[in-house]
Ligand binder design. Structure first.
Ligand SMILES: C=C(O[C@@H]1C=C(C(=O)O)C=C[C@H]1O)C(=O)O
Length: 91
């Protein structure tokens, strides 16, 4: 048994290592996009409040939660709520 991949045969271990490389790239892309989104969301909030507007726009947040739920199912709701929170901090 390969300790690092958990595979039972060397060929499977090679295959898993290859797939893990792509998984690591995808995770990094998700992290980068998450941080970019969070910064943009904070910027929108600051711009809106500086103009005398509201901190949040709940109708827009609902649209985003619906989009994630439609695409990903119930877990999408949780992802969207975490995304929204990372842009504006806890309520
Ligand atoms: C970024 C905005 O401000 C807030 C943050 C949102 C977000 O992170 O997507 C959505 C709605 C607002 O509550 C916006 O209005 O677009």
């Amino acid at each position: 048994m390969d300790q690092v991949t958990g595979a039972g045969k060397p060929l499977a271990a090679d295959e898993i290592r290859g797939m893990r490389e792509r998984i690591d790239e995808i995770d990094q892309a998700i992290i980068d996009l998450w941080l970019e989104r969070s910064r943009l969301s904070q910027e929108v909030g600051k711009t809106r409040m500086a103009s005398g507007g509201t901190r949040l726009v709940l109708a827009r947040e609902r649209e985003i939660v619906d989009r994630f739920r439609t695409a990903l199912g119930p877990d999408g709701t949780q992802v969207a709520l975490l995304l929204l929170r990372s842009g504006r901090g806890p309520l």
